[in-house]
Design a protein around this ligand. Structure first.
Ligand code: SF4
Ligand code: SF4
Length: 84
């Protein structure tokens, strides 16, 4: 039987942008939270498999799609998509 790998994602969408967090890549450095100009992200209560809390897009409607979170995450754990 083939082992399938599943990527755990936290995903939130507004009418314009989708913020995705690859849960197990996050090392809880907090950079994405501090660089976001509109305070979309907050530390979540979710624990990844390494014992870190990934961010959660709690204010997704405030996302302006600037990708500062994506560009500044040292672990490539965040990516932004345009919706529609
Ligand atoms: S794309 Fe910009 S506004 Fe949206 S969550 Fe990332 S840093 Fe914040
Ligand atoms: S910048 Fe990346 S590694 Fe740091 S808290 Fe955000 S998602 Fe996690």
């Amino acid at each position: 039987m083939t082992q399938q790998s599943v990527i755990g994602l936290i995903t939130r969408s507004s009418s314009k942008y989708r913020v995705n967090i690859i849960v197990d890549r996050c090392k809880e450095c907090g950079i994405c939270i501090s660089v976001c100009p509109t305070k979309v992200l907050e530390r979540s209560n979710i624990l990844n498999k390494y014992g870190y809390h990934p961010p959660e897009p709690v204010n997704i409607d405030k996302c302006i799609g600037c990708k500062l979170c994506e560009y500044n995450c040292p672990d490539f754990a965040v990516f932004i998509e345009k919706v529609g």
